[in-house]
Design a binder for this molecule. Structure first.
Ligand SMILES: [Mg+2]
Ligand SMILES: [Zn+2]
Length: 206
C-alpha cells in the first residue's frame, strides 16, 4: 500500500468510531428485528480492549431503511439497544436515517456523522479513528479529517480495498493498529468477548 506517505499515527487517538452493519454486527439488510442482531466474531473482545485502554467509542451508521419506511424509528432504537446489550455501551451513537436523494450532510460518505460524534464526545474529528467495512466509511473518515481503517468483508468491493489508506483483516487487527504505537496497548488474550446487561441506552434515532 502507500505506507511511506501516510502519517505515522503515533498519537493516542481521542476516540474510535465504528460502522455498525458488517463491521460490528452481521449485516442483515434493513434489519428491524433485535433478535437478528449477531456480533461478528471477535467484536466483543476488540471493543473490550479499547474500553480497557480508556478510549471513548461510538457508532456512525447509515440507516436509510428509516427514510424508505422499512425500519421504524422504534425498531431502530430496539435494534441499537440490542447491539449495546450484546457488545456493551457506546459513548455516542450517530445515525443517519436519510436516503441518497435526501441530500443530507450525514449519510456516509459525507462527513456529518463523524463530525457529530466527535462534537458529542468533545474531541477533534482529526483525532478520531473510523473503522468500517466499505468505502463509504473510509471516505466519511477522510472527509471529516479522521483516520479510516477498512475491515473488508466478502461483499467489500476490491476497488474499495485498494483505495483504503489502511486495511485490517479483522477487528482484532484493526484494534492492534489503533493501539500500536499509541502506548496504550493491551493484551489480546484472556478476555472473553462481550458485556452483559447493558441494554437500553441507545438513542440512535434521536
Ligand atoms: Mg457497513
Ligand atoms: Zn443523513
Amino acid at each position: 500500500m502507500q505506507e511511506d506517505v501516510l502519517p505515522r499515527h503515533s498519537r493516542r487517538p481521542a476516540a474510535v468510531l465504528f460502522d455498525r452493519d458488517g463491521t460490528l454486527i452481521r449485516d442483515v439488510p434493513y434489519n428491524s428485528d433485535p433478535n437478528l442482531v449477531e456480533p461478528v466474531p471477535g467484536a466483543g473482545r476488540a471493543l473490550d480492549r479499547l474500553r480497557r485502554a480508556g478510549l471513548p467509542m461510538g457508532i456512525v451508521s447509515n440507516q436509510s431503511g428509516v427514510a424508505r419506511g422499512i425500519i421504524s424509528p422504534e425498531a431502530l432504537r430496539e435494534v441499537n439497544a440490542r447491539v449495546e446489550e450484546l457488545l456493551g455501551p457506546f459513548d455516542v451513537w450517530a445515525v443517519c436515517p436519510h436516503d441518497d436523494d435526501d441530500g443530507c450532510d450525514c449519510r456516509k460518505p459525507a462527513p456529518g456523522l463523524v463530525l457529530r460524534a466527535a462534537r458529542t464526545l468533545g474531541v477533534a474529528p482529526g483525532d478520531c479513528v473510523v473503522i468500517g467495512d466499505i468505502g463509504r466509511d473510509v471516505a466519511a473518515a477522510r472527509a471529516a479529517g479522521a483516520r479510516g481503517i477498512l475491515v473488508p468483508t466478502p461483499v467489500t468491493l476490491p476497488e474499495e480495498v485498494a483505495a483504503a489508506p489502511e486495511v485490517a483483516p479483522d477487528l482484532g487487527a484493526a484494534v492492534d493498529m489503533v493501539l500500536d504505537g499509541a502506548g496504550v496497548g493491551t493484551p489480546r488474550e484472556g478476555d472473553e468477548g462481550g458485556l452483559a446487561g447493558q441494554g437500553g441506552g441507545a438513542d440512535g434515532a434521536a
